[in-house]
Design a protein around this ligand. Structure first.
Ligand SMILES: C[S@@+](CC[C@H](N)C(=O)[O-])C[C@H]1O[C@@H](n2cnc3c(N)ncnc32)[C@H](O)[C@@H]1O
Length: 391
């Protein structure tokens, strides 16, 4: 028995505990694509707490098997702020995503974000020799390394591209498209490459703290969500990266510099507890933040140096802002934003405190004229408009 076999099977059991039964074809694909074959290096903390690159070789494989078969993501690359921008995803999440996509023999699949190629290798088995997987990776070095690994394993039906998946001109259309990276928009090339009745598994980012994993079906002139759950992925890079929508420090906003000395109203406002530890803060505000990110165009999430989060509404044109921080709700400039956020809290309670995953979403190309009705919210992006609704 190979030295990794027990790890491979134990991890599968763990995934099943998390998501329930797995389709036999997916289980087979998982067992035929041992995860360690797709990881030649990863970043890990050394005993001094510093991030170092671990190269995995035949000689040290045994030592690292517990990490390679842990049910967690492993980071490959970080940006200058220390944020992970490329990883092999958490096995539970990867297999859950494969279940949702309902892949069939003979289908053509597109994956945005190849990274290790592990997911692509499993999809290649699921669509069989009569099908094909196209996968694109924006980090050139990683794309080249992965290409070598896929060739060495003799996998024939994967076509790997090195480039930006959001602007690539695809020469074919697909039955399924899968994002393994979080994007605020569905780029036009992706939308038009999906066949009618095709499925798009999208990691849709919003201004809130989590991403939404949404399974869309393409029908006539729009995409309609079939399922929606919460997830967290590395952010899309390249032409469709929208860093301006990510949480920033409050001090970086011009409106804060203008209004910070003009406090007009303040009240104690408890959001569930009085702990101020970053992690607890993060969890206690995630529901309301996801809601405000969809329903309030002026919503903003702020991050502190220590990783805590707080939020508010910044109404530039009305010279008004409100922030919720340290269990206080504080209005600046004038009271407009303060009353606006309180009205939003009331709708949140009235609607049963929904998280982002309680919403349905339709995504329309930009040209369509769409009007939001009651309990519907329209969010415009570069190529698509997202109509969120709750009923
Ligand atoms: C979470 S990883 C994907 C995990 C991968 N599916 C696997 O099986 O290992 C996301 C990848 O998307 C890549 N990426 C980010 N923006 C991209 C873009 N615009 N086009 C293609 N790939 C992109 C990142 O470099 C990163 O390697």
């Amino acid at each position: 028995m190979p030295i990794y076999q027990e790890y491979l099977e134990t991890l599968l059991d763990k995934v099943k505990q998390n998501i329930g039964e797995i389709a036999p074809a997916i289980e087979k694909a998982y067992l035929n694509a041992p995860r360690h074959l797709f990881i030649d290096a990863f970043l890990d903390q050394n005993p001094d707490g510093e991030m170092t690159e671990i190269k995995v070789t035949n000689d040290n494989l045994e030592e690292y098997l517990p990490k390679l078969y842990n049910d967690g993501a492993l980071c490959f690359e970080r940006n200058e702020e220390g944020r992970c921008i490329s990883s092999i995803s958490q096995p539970t999440l990867v297999l859950m995503m494969l279940q949702k996509l309902d892949l069939q023999e003979g289908q053509k699949i597109l994956e945005i974000g190849t990274a290790s190629g592990w997911n692509a290798a499993m999809m290649a088995q699921l669509v069989g020799e009569s099908g094909a997987v196209y996968s694109i990776e924006i980090l050139s070095d990683l794309a080249t390394r992965t290409k070598t690994k896929i060739e060495q394993q003799g996998i024939q039906n994967i076509h790997l591209f090195d480039g930006d998946g959001a602007i690539q001109a695809y020469q074919t259309s697909f039955d399924r498209i899968m994002f393994t990276v979080g994007s605020y928009d569905i780029p036009q090339n992706i939308y038009s490459s999906l066949n009618e009745e095709g499925l798009l598994l999208m990691v849709l980012k919003n201004r809130g703290p989590f991403d939404s994993l949404i399974l869309f079906k393409k029908t006539q002139n729009y995409l309609e969500s079939i399922e929606n759950s919460i997830c967290g992925f590395v952010p899309l890079q390249g032409a469709y990266a929208m860093k301006e929508l990510d949480g920033r420090k409050l001090e970086d906003w011009g409106i804060w510099q203008r209004l910070k000395d003009k406090e007009v109203i303040r009240q104690d406002f408890w959001w569930g507890s009085n702990y101020d530890k970053p992690r607890i803060n993060y969890l206690k505000i995630s529901g309301i933040c996801s809601f405000l990110a969809i329903t309030e165009p002026h919503f903003q999430l702020f991050k502190t140096e220590k990783g805590a989060m707080f939020f508010g509404l910044l109404e530039e044109e009305k010279d008004s802002m409100v922030i919720w921080k340290d269990n206080q709700l504080i209005g600046y400039g004038n009271e407009q934003a303060f009353h606006q956020i309180k009205a939003a809290f009331e709708s949140y309670l009235r609607l049963g405190m929904p998280s982002a995953s309680c919403f349905k979403v339709k995504a329309y190309p930009k040209g369509e004229v769409i009007q939001a009705q009651e309990n519907e919210w329209l969010i415009q992006r570069k190529d698509m408009q997202f109509l969120w609704s709750i009923s």
